[in-house]
Design a protein around this ligand. Structure first.
Ligand code: AMP
Ligand code: MG
Length: 335
């Protein structure tokens, strides 16, 4: 059976993944760029990706016993993302497609999060709460487009968590450690109360913002509050803001499925909040396995598979990357 290869390289992660033509997923081989200090420098991340691309590809095909002639198409993240990083993935995709004489498919990274979630969970027409490092969006399908109906007006929620963590000496990615510290706080203080430590709540209509809460959380620690308590409050406030907008999106669109995607969707608390909200309104809450919440090549392959089924390929002249590609850029012709 044929395999669609997917290449992800929008930011910190370089990854090869795959999906068989019947929809069976193949786990990705991924490498995460972790800066020694400071945030992600796009050029350094791109260098990391290009150095590792050859060995990762070999690892992926040998681990999964995929002969190169079994590959039917090469899908890659065409945008949105960091230009230098996207360029590495696109170059690798172009050269592989040329070498094996198979079609190239440029895919929209945000839409890929939706399609891997739909494939894995079986939900049909969800509102996607996409909570990742660089992006925070609430997305829903309307006719032949996925529309963004709410989004962050400044930084992504994961980026906010990572930046806060960095100020506390916690290395990238900071989200998982913040989750751990929050859980420790709850264990210690079974009656933790939000009004003990209030942070800004960044909901603006259907949009969100996280830079104010970041500054305030850093200040709370500087004022002497316990780090675990601040982590817990940071999660409670920022996740509640996302869930509020997601709930309004369900109400406005009349849809009854909420799908989580993006690395922050690995967090047990945001999952629990989604489930509580959905239960109250008779909707379903879904999320893919953690390996498919974070950026991964398999999700790129899955969107490529759907596009290939509808004969959508990307000609070499149209394969330039688009760092600011919008979610509604792509026409959605598949079910
Ligand atoms: P992505 O950009 O989708 O690959 O996701 C990476 C982001 O997800 C980073 O900002 C991480 O800090 C964040 N993340 C990963 N796991 C967790 C977690 N358990 N809780 C909160 N954030 C997380
Ligand atoms: Mg992502």
């Amino acid at each position: 059976m044929g395999v669609i290869l997917g290449i992800e390289s929008t930011a910190h992660t370089f990854s090869f993944g795959g999906v068989y033509t019947n929809g069976k997923t193949i786990s990705s081989s991924s490498a995460l760029f972790r800066p020694e200090q400071g945030g992600i420098h796009p050029r350094e991340a791109a260098d990391h990706h290009s150095v590792l691309s050859g060995s990762l590809f070999k690892e992926f095909i040998s681990k999964n016993k995929i002969p190169v002639n079994q590959i039917d198409a090469i899908a890659f993240s065409q945008g949105p993302g960091l230009g230098p990083c996207l360029r590495v993935g696109a170059s690798v995709a172009r050269s592989l497609a040329d070498k094996i004489g198979k079609p190239l498919i440029g895919v929209n990274h945000c839409v890929a999060h939706i399609e891997i979630g739909r494939l894995q969970t079986g939900c049909l027409d969800p509102v996607l709460l996409y909570v990742s490092g660089g992006n925070t969006q609430v997305i829903a399908r309307n006719g032949n487009r996925y529309r963004v109906i709410g989004e962050t007006l400044d930084i992504g929620i994961g980026n906010m968590l990572d930046k806060f963590a960095r100020t506390q000496g916690i290395p990238f990615p900071g989200g998982p450690k913040i989750e751990k510290l929050s859980a420790e706080w709850l264990k210690e203080k079974s009656s933790a109360r939000l009004d003990d430590i209030i942070l800004p709540y960044g909901v603006q209509g259907m949009d969100l913002s996280f830079s104010g809460i970041l500054t305030a959380a850093i200040q709370k620690v500087a004022d002497g509050h316990n780090l675990q308590e601040v982590c817990w409050s940071l999660q409670e406030h920022s996740f509640s803001a996302c869930i509020e907008v997601a709930e309004r999106a369900l109400a406005h669109t009349g849809k009854n499925e909420l799908l989580l995607g993006g690395g922050v969707a690995c967090n047990e608390r945001i999952r629990e909040m989604s489930q509580l909200m959905c239960k109250e309104r008779g909707a379903g809450a879904f999320w893919p396995e953690k390996q498919y919440c974070v950026d991964n090549g398999t999700m790129i392959a899955e969107l490529g598979r759907k596009m290939l089924k509808h004969n959508i390929h990307t000609k070499l002249v149209d394969s330039a990357i688009d760092p600011s590609m919008r979610t509604d850029h792509a026409e959605v012709v598949w079910d």
